[in-house]
Design a protein around this ligand. Sequence first.
Ligand SMILES: [Zn+2]
Length: 191
Amino acid sequence: MSTDTQNSTSWNWVGRYVAVIVVALVLGAAIGSMELFFKTTVFGGKLTAAQLVHFLGYGTALAALWMLGQRSTLALQQQNGRWSFLQHLILPVVTLIVICSAYSVILLILRHLLNAEMINIYNWVFIVGIVACATWVVMAVLGQSASLTSAFTSVATEGLGTSGKLKVCVACDATNESIAKFCKQCGKALD
Ligand SMILES: [Zn+2]
């Protein structure tokens, strides 16, 4: 199918982001477990170099994950396929995952630098952020529920092998329903 090959070439960069995430996690964990880094301290003995390396490795992975979400959103905005509705869902979901993980990653460092009262303030900042982000996810799902339903029902009909074939416009490459006579994007007659 021509649409499949198109997607695989234009989504190659996803692999590069995934590679950065994996390498950052592995290096952060591996270097951070070396004895040299455990023995060496920074910030007047409050932190070990190992904790700093863990923070940098996991922090880089989270930053790359968020950039991957942002870039996917941009790529989906340029496509008009069946999955284009995901452009409104990816960023809220990825942001929620990143904020929840960032809480623990930043705490790796702050735990040793702040007192209990400051940690409590830090916790509240994240509680507010996570609740706001969860609300964003719910609103995005509500806003896209119609597109979600149509995407999953068209997957189901394609799975059954009945009239599910989509038409790809020769002029602009937009994907159209099998019954469409004209392209929804550029208006060119299909067939
Ligand atoms: Zn077209």
